[in-house]
Design a protein around this ligand. Structure first.
Ligand code: KG4
Ligand code: ZN
Length: 330
């Protein structure tokens, strides 16, 4: 039997456990979402998140191992997210992984969640061609990175305030749509027309992002236009954010020699984002690499996949939680 990595992801509000082989085949996975727990707060409530992880983690690990008929003897390693994320949530995954690693005598690696998102495109037997530009758009992060090869991560720009996923969630709330906000905004936007022109923050130069002004503009518009059309406002918001993303991506395509554009993170599940990126890469004659929808949002398969890099590179087994871990940190 192929050697497997047991991946554990608890950085935010999903308790996820997966078994993945070196070719990116996902042998088993289970993800328990906490949407219902947090929906009444309109965002993730950190203390409730760590409590829910604590309740879910051991049963989920047991079910994943049992469903694949795997014993700890089949494990090459355990890989667990050590940041970025919520401290209490990270600690649940890390302390569980550490204890199991000691008892089972399996090497245990702390993994960078951002590198996990990037590796999500290598799941299901696919592989990224380099040099690659990576656009990571999730609930916690928005960044552009240049990867000369599999192990070099050059950060081109990140967000100065809100992430794009956060902005989708806030706009969903402003429009009276439920959580998770992203898919709800997508659905409304698909039925609307972008007849309002919202600002495109920081579009003119560089690779940095800012989304809080866009979010406030949507809130102000809704407040001052009581008969607003939900679909049209959603469409105008999506149009503004897509213009920002695509301008920055095009800038990098013009300035760098690239084989591939990869778009990862929860917002990469958006059909509008996928379609726009498809168009840009076709025009530029480079590959587009998208994770399948199920690997775009947080999951443990991508963490297990990234763990193979830690083993191949001989990186330290560091189980220290780091809520502010950066892309350049291992
Ligand atoms: O990657 P992810 O699961 O968690 C973080 O690492 O943050 O991303 C979650 C974010 C949420 O803000 C959610 O609204 C957004 O991804 N999202 C979407 C879609 N599905 C999830 N945004 C736009 N369209 C979607 N279909
Ligand atoms: Zn994430």
């Amino acid at each position: 039997m192929a050697e497997l990595i047991l991946g554990i992801e608890t950085s935010c509000d999903d308790t996820s456990v997966a078994l993945v082989d070196q070719n990116g085949n996902v042998v088993a996975i289970e993800t328990v979402s906490q949407y219902e727990i947090h929906s009444e707060f309109g965002g993730v409530y950190p203390e409730l998140a760590s409590r829910a992880h604590l309740e879910a983690i051991l049963p989920v690990i047991e079910r994943v191992l049992t469903s694949a008929d795997i014993t700890p003897l089949n494990l090459r390693a355990i890989g667990v997210t050590r940041g970025p994320g919520l401290m209490g949530s990270l600690l649940v995954g890390l302390s569980t992984a550490q204890a199991l690693g000691i008892v089972w005598e399996v090497p245990t690696y702390g993994v960078n969640h951002l590198r996990g998102h990037i590796r999500s495109v290598d799941l299901d037997g696919k592989s990224l061609d380099y040099p690659a530009l990576v656009l990571l758009v999730s609930g916690g992060h928005t960044l552009l990175a240049y990867l000369q090869n599999q192990y070099s991560y050059e950060l081109l720009g990140t967000t100065r305030d809100d992430s794009l996923g956060e902005c989708y969630d806030k706009v969903a709330r402003t429009l009276g749509l439920g959580m998770p906000g992203g898919p709800a905004v997508d659905r409304m936007a698909a039925a609307g027309t972008a007849c309002v022109k919202f600002p495109r923050p920081m579009i003119k130069s560089g690779y940095e992002f800012s989304f809080s002004g866009l979010k406030s503009s949507v809130a102000r518009y809704v407040e001052t236009h009581p008969e607003f059309d939900v679909n049209d406002v959603a469409a105008a918001f999506v149009d503004a954010s897509l213009d920002v993303l695509s301008t920055k991506v095009q800038r990098a395509i013009d300035q760098k020699k690239l084989a591939t554009l990869a778009v990862v993170g929860g917002v990469a599940a958006s059909p509008q984002v996928r379609a726009r990126m498809q168009h840009i890469t076709e025009q530029a004659g480079i590959n587009l690499c998208l994770p399948s929808q199920k690997w775009a949002t947080d999951n443990a398969a991508m963490i297990a996949m990234a763990t193979w890099d830690y083993i191949e590179q001989g990186l330290e087994k560091n189980l220290e939680p780091k809520p502010n871990l950066r892309l350049s940190d291992s």
